[in-house]
Design a protein around this ligand. Structure first.
Ligand SMILES: C[S@@+](CC[C@H](N)C(=O)[O-])C[C@H]1O[C@@H](n2cnc3c(N)ncnc32)[C@H](O)[C@@H]1O
Length: 202
């Protein structure tokens, strides 16, 4: 599913600074949940709506996806979520250590070619950044339809300092602190299994 470029997206993001977080201002926020690769924003917006006392930050590098998310945040008058329009590689190293309440990775790009493995959002360098920024006892929750990415991630986790809390090969989507994403809805409609990993920073 490629997102068709929308020329309105960039001006919309630039105009609606109230829903955006500049990447170098992320440490102005504390005690938030982070979604890396938030796509068109359905998860971010619904989490924010259903958990009004909790703060969420989405991170997205694609301008059109970021535009769709910003639009949803504005239209739903969401005040407890912001969007960072940037590459995770650029922002994660800036985030204060031990400051994040939890991280969501939803249907991250699988990057199936071996030479692109470093770009996978569950590669060892990303896992190390997540470990650094999460609070003690906080969780990283990863959902995917992609079996190869799931098993690759599971293997890496087993040699990392993360504690593996759950490796679910048929996640039913019923966790009350979760929301269906755009990709998830289409995979579920096709009857594909959804895999989920829950990791804890000890
Ligand atoms: C397959 S889509 C899934 C979108 C959404 N999470 C969902 O489940 O519907 C992956 C998203 O992650 C974004 N993404 C991929 N690599 C990223 C990175 N390094 N930093 C920020 N966003 C990234 C892509 O632009 C894309 O919007």
């Amino acid at each position: 599913m490629r997102t068709k470029y929308k020329p309105w997206a960039k001006p919309f993001i630039e105009e609606h600074t109230e829903v955006m977080c500049p990447f170098d201002a992320i440490n102005n926020y504390k005690n938030y949940y982070l979604e890396v690769g938030s796509g068109k924003g359905q998860f971010l917006v619904n989490m924010a709506k259903n958990h009004p006392d909790t703060f969420f930050i989405g991170m997205e590098c694609n301008v059109t996806c970021a535009g769709f998310t910003a639009k949803k945040l504005v239209e739903n008058e969401i005040t407890n979520a912001k969007l960072v329009y940037a590459y995770a590689e650029q922002v994660l190293p800036l985030i204060d250590g031990g400051s994040v309440n939890g991280i969501f990775l939803n249907f991250s790009d699988p990057w199936p070619k071996k030479r692109h493995a470093k770009r996978r959002l569950t590669s060892d360098s990303f896992l190390n950044q997540y470990l650094r920024i999460l609070k003690k006892g906080a969780k990283l929750i990863f959902k995917t339809d992609n079996y190869d990415l799931f098993t690759y991630s599971l293997e890496l986790v087993q040699t990392s300092p993360f504690k593996l809390v759950e490796a679910n090969y048929s996640y039913d989507g019923k966790d009350p602190f979760d929301e269906t994403t755009e990709y998830e809805a289409s995979f579920r409609a096709e009857g594909q299994p959804i895999y989920r990993l829950i990791l804890e920073k000890l």
